[in-house]
Design a protein around this ligand. Structure first.
Ligand SMILES: CC(C)(COP(=O)(O)OP(=O)(O)OC[C@H]1O[C@@H](n2cnc3c(N)ncnc32)[C@H](O)[C@@H]1OP(=O)(O)O)[C@@H](O)C(=O)NCCC(=O)NCCS
Length: 188
């Protein structure tokens, strides 16, 4: 069975947002009801400036993973919080002309086989911004290892977002992602 990475418009993503949120709750080990709540937010994100999405599907068009984000701008919840989480000079350097990777998730049984890296590489290669930013639980996770492998740097560590008890790391990488270009053909 092959895995295909597809470019999805906001409309395409919105049409399959419930499948995507099923992956989100499984990947993040969240209670299943949170998927419906998150779907409302994710649908809203499709109208954000700079929205870009990639989907990983198999030969039967089953969704195996997805990643999406948009231009990070003042007035957005995440943008305004992470701006305060870092020194002003760093914020000036990283928070303009940047893309926030909002979600990147792969079905648990398909993780660790390079699908996440392919989604990330394709997204990063298809956007015009000078940098990609994200936040991820501040722990030794597969996600954190993946971001480190492709060159993401610490912008803030052990940051507590309102409403979430877990500390997060805010990471950033200049585009293009040089590490991904080096490894894109290694078959992982
Ligand atoms: C994070 C996630 C999307 C990554 O997708 P994935 O398909 O599992 O990831 P990949 O297989 O492409 O890459 C991750 C693995 O490859 C490794 N890797 C990536 N590039 C590599 C490279 N160039 N050289 C060596 N190893 C590399 C990573 O370290 C990791 O391996 P490990 O877990 O054995 O240490 C997926 O694991 C997931 O959905 N996790 C749960 C949800 C989550 O945390 N999402 C992100 C929230 S911010």
């Amino acid at each position: 069975m092959n895995t295909w990475v597809q470019v999805w418009t906001g409309r395409q993503f919105a049409a399959r947002v419930n499948e995507a949120m099923d992956i989100y709750v499984q990947a993040m080990q969240y209670p299943s009801h949170t998927g419906a709540q998150r779907a409302v937010t994710a649908r809203r994100h499709t109208s954000h400036e700079g929205f870009a999405c990639r989907a990983a599907v198999d030969d039967d068009d089953r969704l195996l993973g997805f990643g999406y984000g948009y231009t990070t701008l003042p007035g957005q919840w995440w943008h305004d919080l992470v701006r305060k989480a870092m020194p002003a000079t760093m914020a000036a350097e990283w928070l303009s002309d940047s893309f926030e990777l909002s979600e990147l998730h792969v079905l648990p049984s398909y993780q660790g086989h390079g699908i996440g890296r392919r989604l990330l590489a394709d997204l990063a290669g298809g956007i015009e911004h000078q940098a990609m930013l994200l936040s991820t639980p501040d722990a030794d996770t597969r996600a954190f290892r993946l971001y480190r492998h492709v060159g993401f740097l610490d912008l803030a560590r052990h940051y507590l977002f309102p409403g979430d008890a877990r500390p997060f790391a805010v990471l950033g990488a200049r585009l293009p992602l040089a590490a991904l270009a080096d490894h894109s053909g290694d078959g992982r």
